[in-house]
Write a new protein. Sequence first.
Length: 318
Amino acid sequence: MRKLAIILAIFLGIAALGAATLAGRAMRLRASLREAAAADEKHSIMVGSLTRNYLLHVPDDLPPGKPAPLVLVFHGGGGHDWNMPGFTHFDDLADQQGFVVAYPDAENRNWNDSRGVSTADDVGFTRALIDDVTRSHSIDPSRVYATGISNGGFFSNRLACDLADKITAIASVAATMPKPLVAECKPSRPISVLYIQGTEDRLVPINGGTIGFVRGRSRGENISLAASAQFWREQDHISAASNIKDLPDRFDDGTHVRREIWTGGKDNTEVVVYTIEGGGHTWPGGPQYLPKLVVGKASQNLNATRTIWEFFQGQQLP
């Protein structure tokens, strides 16, 4: 009995040490994310009766007299605007490539992506945000893009449906299309779409199904990655076969990247899918923000931020 008690004590001690280590790692990540966002401008606008907030990063050396592209980066469910600059490093890339980045903040830490996780007018907020930035900075209205992870990725899909007059193209990370959105989606024009999805995403199943980590606590349903890509190909009137390429592994981290591209859509639109074999509910190239046991692997074989920007560079409103 005493031996069992000793073993139990050792086990509990190890568990406590592990929990403390994870807590310490989470606190350090949180601090680093806040620090990365500290230099960005804080903005507030009224949308209906609500004050809505966003962060804005404007490179110091934008070419004078030349309107810049605008990239909107939406955080995941439960997140904040300040999570995203350090999580994605879009600020660094914006400084290198000469575009403006906005990080919107959800009203209740969740975006209204059609699944019922929020009732806020987030489409109206996005429209107002674009107008607000355009009034104060020289922005190219034909080059406004949206991207996000998880709930932010689902919401980017909704923006492609409901705000295609303002949004040039979208990129969705760790999110396919929410199931309720499919029947509701009536985009005003063809729009280019990019998906980055892990095969081992435990929150958003790549083959579609119930969204969420915990059984019995559903956060709605998503359709499969294949069905999502098919949906947008139909919207863009793409009939040509895809071009498939396996990208070289740069790191031995248990993941592999396969890219599939469909081109030839109306108004030069295209649909691009990056499947991260072995990848989890993460931002490729970003931090392992939670243990692999919880969210799966954060692949380092793809830099999602740079990949998304390279995709956006080829897209412009007609």
